[in-house]
Design a protein around this ligand. Structure first.
Ligand SMILES: [Zn+2]
Length: 147
């Protein structure tokens, strides 16, 4: 394994810390939490996803056409953001021996962004740490995935 990546297995998930190369528009680390990890953490989220599946064809309703569907998606999105931010904060805290910088600020001011990894479109939503941190002296990002 290259020294650009470390893998930290835990009971609930695997944490991968990867050095970031190239353009750094914002050096604060991004934490990308897999959907399954967020779902496992939040009973509300699992319930909303069950309701979404139960919508059947209605889930394709255009926004503004079906208030019940819109509400469900709003709640689902809020819950995804909450669950992923919760896991990301926990993961950042667990890196206290691995990374350098003001970890308290990184955790306290962490926020979910649809554009965490891409300014152009919401292809890489994730949690942006509240401040710059470094790993082995450079910028990095974190992936939280199933074991
Ligand atoms: Zn994109």
């Amino acid at each position: 394994m290259s020294t650009d990546v470390i893998e930290i297995p835990t009971a609930a998930y695997t944490i991968r810390v990867r050095a970031r190369h190239g353009y750094e528009r914002n050096p604060a680390p991004r934490v990308y939490v897999a959907d399954a990890i967020a779902e496992a953490r939040s009973a509300d989220l699992a319930e909303h996803q069950r309701q979404e599946r139960a919508l059947g064809e209605r889930r394709f309703a255009e926004r503004g056409k079906d208030a019940e569907v819109d509400d469900l998606y709003d709640q689902l999105n809020d819950e995804i953001m909450r669950a992923k931010t919760l896991v990301a904060r926990e993961v950042l805290a667990s890196l206290h021996l691995t990374v350098d910088g003001d970890l308290n600020a990184a955790i306290d001011r962490a926020f979910f962004s649809r554009n965490a990894g891409c300014d152009m479109c919401p292809c890489s939503p994730g949690v942006v740490a509240g401040t710059k941190l470094t790993w082995l002296g450079g910028a990095f990002d974190v992936w939280v995935e199933a074991r």
